[in-house]
Write a protein that binds this ligand. Structure first.
Ligand code: SF4
Length: 295
């Protein structure tokens, strides 16, 4: 018997590769971001407690030794806090070796929780959240229908950090295209500095044919960055970050052209030198779709 036979594709952060995936929702309640293919074929729903209970029971029987658990799909935090607390408690009871629960959190979902609610969730065992910042520029966020603003994102991120949670954040290089690359980079640096998350990952924009941004590329209203443009954007973001507390930075996702990593602010100059050297050889003529080859 399958442990979980619910519909739709399952996604999780790379660092949750060894975690038990407990899907408390199916899909993403927002699901309109023009660059995101993840849940396009899933109809959003919050799963019933009966469904969730059954998956926990089957999972605990098959993998009683699990130490980490990830609440999926796209925005587990849309669940009411009391329901989340109930689920978290059941998980720690069912999996006796469990040490950590994580979840994706959209800025809007996080922002709707009060500081006290987040503190209770942290104390119950929700230790790490993964928040897609994507961009700190309001115009870019509006263009890609992210459904949030820089101010909401900062408030949401600070709330999670103040509640004592680990916060892993993602930004998306190239999301402003060539037209908005500078404002995207500068405002993203401002937002990540204001949040000062535990971890920051810079992924590079991929534009597969199934996302609506692809049509904008075809129409000529969105021009993707070149290899040089991606690197320049990364350079501008890093150069303009001002972290007060250590933040682990990674740009080594499969979407990235070159791996860059270190801890901010200590390794900032070293990473900038590396990117500067890469920039001298980077092509600045061909816009990259970064998925199906050159455009
Ligand atoms: S980027 Fe996040 S919020 Fe936007 S559609 Fe994808 S999963 Fe949903």
């Amino acid at each position: 018997m399958l442990i979980d036979d619910a519909e739709g594709l399952v996604f999780r952060p790379p660092s949750e590769a060894r975690s038990f995936i407990l899907r408390v929702t199916i899909g993403c309640s927002h699901n309109t971001c023009t660059f995101c293919p993840m849940y396009k074929n899933s109809r959003f729903r919050i799963r019933t407690m009966k469904e969730i209970d059954e998956v926990i029971t089957r999972g605990a029987a098959a993998y009683p030794f699990i130490r980490r658990l990830f609440l999926a799909d796209g925005d587990a935090l849309i669940l009411p806090t009391d329901q989340l607390l109930q689920i978290i408690k059941k998980c720690y009871t069912a999996f006796p070796s469990l040490t950590r629960i994580g979840a994706y959190a959209t800025p809007s979902d996080l922002d709707r929780k009060t500081p006290l609610e987040l503190q209770r969730l942290h104390e119950a065992g929700l230790h790490i959240l993964y928040m897609g910042i994507e961009s700190g520029d309001d115009e870019v966020l509006q263009q890609v229908c992210k459904g949030t603003t820089a101010a909401i994102t900062i408030r949401a991120g600070r709330k999670a950090m103040d509640a004592g949670m680990k916060l892993s954040t993602m930004i998306l290089l190239g999301l402003g295209g060539q037209a908005r690359t500078k404002q995207h980079a500068l405002h993203t640096a401002t937002v990540v500095s204001a949040i000062n998350p535990t971890m920051l990952s810079a992924l590079s924009l991929i534009i597969p044919p199934q996302v609506s941004l692809y049509q904008e590329v075809i129409r000529g209203t969105f021009t993707p960055l070149t290899e040089h443009g991606f690197l320049q954007e990364l350079y501008t973001i890093l150069a303009n970050t001002h972290m007060k507390n250590p933040c682990i930075f990674r740009s080594n996702h499969v979407s990235n052209l070159y791996p860059v990593g270190g801890t901010l602010p200590m390794d900032k100059e070293k990473m900038l030198l590396q990117i500067k050297s890469l920039l001298t050889q980077a092509d600045d003529t061909i816009p990259l779709l970064n998925d199906t080859g050159n455009f």
